[in-house]
Design a protein around this ligand. Structure first.
Ligand code: NDP
Length: 402
């Protein structure tokens, strides 16, 4: 009997447990735990209403390793799916090791006091997970996650060698608010305001945040401005697919979003160092999060589609140079109708459920710490098609012109 413990009751956690409940042959018992019990209970009510499945809920502060270990021991899962914030990754990995269960997440560790993320902290757990005979699967969301699996799928079936890889993340959705982020505002703003980095000829090239813009015509969305950014899968792809000469990540932003962000930055509201306000220490970015709309409330008003995918140029089996574009289009309103969450949570929560299914069914096995591109892409890609995130591959006339 398979049991899973999901930690984190935000938009992504909500989608993941709804989709788990829709696959009762794989997920026999589901427990959702988070800092705020009422959020877990509200999700459990929705799961019951939509699927008829009863899930258990629990309160946990996942920064507390001893308490999390005790919860894991009480629930008795084979796998903990961490859908809390990147700050909790190491504490939950420690708790998984202490309790002897597998670990999975969707975002790499980030210290609270530094807007900086990299895999080194989590890769450092390699020996401990290996010795314990346990698997830690990192980054089973869309990006990272599906975009990494897309790359290995192209490598397995279309290109013997990938020379350049561009990941294009477009959210063509409109939530009707002046300014809101589609996932946790604190994490989102830290990511967007960080300097851009891409991998080229064996080294990292750093450029100022949001300084490189290109227009791209996204199917089902239309032409959008996209900006070069750093994103965590670049680091693991550069390590695990070392033949790739250039790896870049692009994300679309509307002019209104960028204008708000610029003003917020200029007035100091995106700072992550403490300031004294009324005799109390506050972090401006955390205060900003408190006044912005909660991403989970945007679902009912968001219209439009996301289009996220990879463009890879390389050498095909016949020796010729080819360029392939592999992508998924997801509709905000359809995602909301199915799970009560918009497409950004949906496109992350569905791959989180699939990654968990890969581990629980023994389809993906291994002892140690793994990134998505180290696994066989085929069973994951099959499930994407069957679980609400169908994808397509197109051959392009040639490499990207920029
Ligand atoms: P939310 O902020 O909506 O939800 C996070 C949840 O984690 C909240 O329920 C929060 O509790 C809970 N939480 C925070 N701290 C703790 C703690 N110490 N102990 C227990 N629970 C805690 O975020 P999202 O659902 O949008 O995102 C979830 C994760 O998914 C994030 O790590 C994000 O970076 C990642 N992500 C990954 C993507 C990908 O494609 N790979 C894309 C989008 C997101 P409370 O409600 O009390 O605040």
């Amino acid at each position: 009997m398979s049991k899973v413990l999901v930690i984190g009751a935000g938009g992504v956690g909500s989608v993941a447990v709804h989709k788990m409940a829709m696959n009762p042959d794989i997920f026999h018992e589901i427990t959702l735990a988070s800092r705020t019990l009422s959020k877990c209970d509200a999700i459990a009510d929705s799961v019951k209403q939509r699927t008829g499945v009863t899930i258990r809920t629990a309160q946990i502060d996942a920064d507390d390793v001893a308490a999390t270990t005790a919860l894991i021991e009480e629930v008795g899962p084979q796998l903990v799916v961490n859908l809390a914030l990147p700050y909790q990754d190491l504490a939950i990995m420690d708790a998984c090791l202490a309790a002897g269960v597998h670990y999975m997440d969707t975002a790499n560790y980030e210290p609270r006091d530094e807007a900086h993320f990299e895999y080194s902290w989590q890769w450092a757990y390699q020996e401990r997970f290996k010795e314990a005979g346990l698997m830690a699967l990192l980054g089973s969301g869309f990006d990272p996650g599906v975009t990494s699996v897309f790359a290995t799928y192209l490598k397995k079936h279309y290109l013997d060698r990938i020379d350049t890889l561009d990941i294009l993340d477009c959210n063509g959705g409109d939530h009707g608010q002046h300014f809101a982020t589609n996932f946790n505002p604190e994490i989102n703003i830290r990511e967007v305001t960080a300097p851009a980095r891409h991998w080229e000829n064996g080294e990292w090239v750093t450029t100022p945040a949001l300084s490189h813009k290109q227009q791209f015509d996204f199917e089902a969305v239309g032409p959008k401005n996209m900006y070069l950014m750093y994103h965590e899968e670049l680091e693991s792809l550069a390590r695990h697919l070392p033949e790739i000469q250039r790896i870049r990540f692009w994300m679309t932003f509307g002019d209104a979003y960028l204008k708000h962000l610029e003003v917020l930055q200029n007035v100091g509201m995106t700072r992550i160092d403490p300031v004294i306000y009324n005799g109390q220490e506050i972090i401006p970015l955390q205060f900003l999060k408190a006044v912005l709309p909660e991403p989970s409330t945007l679902g009912s008003t968001t219209k439009g589609k996301t289009n996220i995918g990879d463009i890879a140029t390389g050498i095909a089996r016949d020796g010729s140079e080819k360029t392939y574009y592999i992508y998924n289009i997801c509709d905000h309103e359809e995602a909301y109708a199915e799970t009560g969450n918009q497409a950004v949570s949906y496109t992350t929560g569905v791959p989180a459920m699939i990654g968990a299914a890969m581990i629980l069914t023994g389809t993906w096995t291994g002892a140690g710490v793994f990134n998505m591109e180290q696994m066989d892409p085929d069973p994951f890609m099959d499930m994407l098609n069957r679980q609400g995130l169908p994808w397509q591959v197109r051959e392009l006339d040639g490499p990207l012109a920029f």
